[in-house]
Write a protein that binds this ligand. Structure first.
Ligand code: BEZ
Ligand code: FE
Length: 298
């Protein structure tokens, strides 16, 4: 039997197109219609990507091995795939597409990998730094709706890195620190006490760091405090408060910087008490009604 060789062009025409159409059609058999749509789009885009860059076999293998390493390093404390999504701008794109809020609402940003459920509840002005050395910082603000009316009883789940730029899951400690839940008063006011966080580099000892090291991307996040505010009747809000003038505001490696959330800290007084020489950062929040957003989506 003789092997019949066919010219490259014919292979392109016959195999290339046909395999994409067949793979897309197969994914179309997915029972859930939305999952079918997602899988078909993934296959179509992956095939187009491979064609566009003329993907070689060694390149394909390197990508498979990178994905496998990303899976192996991930566990309940390390979300390397999410980190990859953050660094590639995908997380922030998804946040933006799904939170097209009224411009008056506080903008949403990425959640990041360091949020932990079940933080301790603290009273108004309570200290979540638990005596850690650092620059004392009060964050005060009002939680309001788009009309400016107070939202009392809003739970603000807050977390941050320490003055060295480290989260507790990156240390060999078994304690919760620099995270707490505060509840806004009936007039919408909240106040938290902490120490000023520092900017930090994202974890660089895994496949994402390895990838970044082949680029000029700077792996830093500017100093920030995270907020997760979930109040019935409003869109859940994940946001950050950044320090005005902080390093890396222009080059946040996860694209999470939102101009509207950059706030100056200044010497001031703790609300309701005497003057203290401490940094006070205003952290007003405007929540977006849930129902209105749904109407806008349709
Ligand atoms: C964070 O701010 O905690 C974070 C967000 C995305 C990637 C890494 C860290
Ligand atoms: Fe963070």
């Amino acid at each position: 039997m003789h092997l019949q060789l066919v010219p490259d062009d014919d292979i392109d025409d016959d195999i290339d197109k046909d395999i994409t159409e067949r793979a897309v059609a197969r994914c179309g058999t997915t029972h859930d219609p939305r999952l079918a749509e997602l899988m078909q789009a993934v296959v179509r885009n992956l095939h187009n990507f491979a064609r566009e860059v003329r993907l070689t076999e060694p390149e394909w293998m390197a990508a498979m091995q990178w994905l496998a390493r990303t899976g192996r390093i991930s566990d309940h404390t390390r979300a390397e795939f999410i980190l990859a999504s953050d660094v590639l701008g995908l997380s922030m794109l998804v946040v933006d597409m799904n939170h097209r809020l009224d411009p008056g609402a506080t903008p949403a940003t990425v959640l990041g990998p360091f949020h932990i459920a079940g933080s301790p509840e603290l009273a108004y002005g309570g200290d979540m730094s638990d005596g850690l050395p650092g620059v004392p910082l009060f964050v005060t603000g009002m939680v309001r709706d788009l009309d400016g009316d107070a939202v009392g009883g809003a739970v603000l789940d807050v977390w941050q890195a320490d003055p060295e730029g480290t989260y507790e899951s990156q240390l060999d400690v078994n304690e919760t620190r620099l995270r707490a839940k505060y509840t806004s008063k009936p007039d919408g006011a909240y106040c938290l006490r902490t120490v000023a966080p520092r900017g930090y580099t994202i974890p660089m000892d895994g496949p994402v760091g390895e990838l970044i090291s082949h680029t000029d991307i700077r792996p830093f996040r500017p100093a920030h405090i995270h907020f997760l505010i979930d109040v019935p009747g409003y869109e859940p809000l994940t946001t950050h408060l950044f320090q005005k003038g902080a390093k890396y505001l222009d080059s946040d490696v996860v694209f999470g910087t939102k101009g509207g959330r950059v706030r100056a800290a200044r010497a001031g007084s703790r609300p309701g008490r005497g003057h203290v020489e401490r940094a006070v950062a205003p952290g007003d929040v405007r929540l977006h009604p849930a129902a209105e957003l749904l109407t806008r989506r349709t």
